[in-house]
Write a new protein. Structure first.
Length: 235
């Protein structure tokens, strides 16, 4: 399969690419701004599966124009089977103190970038005939779940991508492009550790990545337009 994973230089994205590389004969484009970590990821994947094909692409998804990115992707793909919108941005702060520029950056990375990427890659996805878009959201954006202080804009941005998932599943149904959303609970990642020093999450990134890969490969057989909580706690 042809696969793209964003936010691939660390945490869940890094482990997701590794899991795809191990699991089968896939060609995986790994996208992040950090080319050094992407090259390390490629080397790790080759060690685990010598026949794996991981293509590192350094790109800032907050750019408003993706023409340069599409030109690179076109050299590798004419079809796209799986898109994992995993890249995320989190800055904890009380709502009353939140800097508006930071708030806009959160929405840019967590909502507008994946929306822009889906729109840009839609012709590739339609060519697949059975494509699956997996948007990575958060339990913070899951309706009825417990909310946490300091995550107002982050949670709102994740609720937005979840809602977009439902809308796009309907719009793309006739094109055989499934769109689902995984609302993740706490996972031990660098981003979480930076935002909440000392907090220990119940799951490691490698554990969550295994679930994401399995869902990406098989979930569209059973789901479309669904927001599925993936958490050890109840909403």
């Amino acid at each position: 399969m042809n696969i793209i994973v964003t936010g691939a230089s660390r945490g869940i994205g890094y482990e997701t690419v590794k899991n795809f590389a191990i699991s089968g004969n896939h060609k995986i484009i790994a996208v992040s701004r950090n080319i050094n970590k992407l090259n390390l990821l490629k080397a790790d994947c080759i060690k685990l599966q010598p026949n794996s094909e991981v293509i590192p692409i350094s790109y800032d998804l907050s750019n408003e124009n993706y023409n340069d990115l599409l030109k690179i992707i076109e050299t590798y793909f004419t079809t796209l089977d799986i898109l994992i919108n995993n890249a995320g941005y989190l800055v904890p702060a009380d709502f009353i103190d939140f800097d508006e520029k930071e708030a806009k950056q959160i929405f840019e990375v967590n909502f507008f970038a994946p929306a822009r990427l889906i729109k840009s890659l839609l012709p590739f996805l339609i060519n697949s005939k059975n494509a699956h878009i997996v948007n990575i959201s958060s339990m913070g954006g899951f309706q009825g779940s417990q909310k946490f202080k300091g995550l107002s804009y982050y949670s709102a941005s994740k609720a937005a991508i979840a809602n977009l998932t439902e809308c796009l599943a309907l719009e793309f149904k006739d094109d055989n492009v499934s769109v689902n959303c995984l609302a993740l609970g706490a996972v031990q990642t660098e981003m979480l550790a930076q935002a909440f020093p000392g907090y220990k999450a119940p799951l490691q990134a490698i554990e969550m990545a295994e679930n994401i890969v399995d869902f990406a490969l098989n979930g569209n057989k059973y789901y479309n337009g669904k927001i599925l909580p993936v958490s050890l706690s109840t909403p």
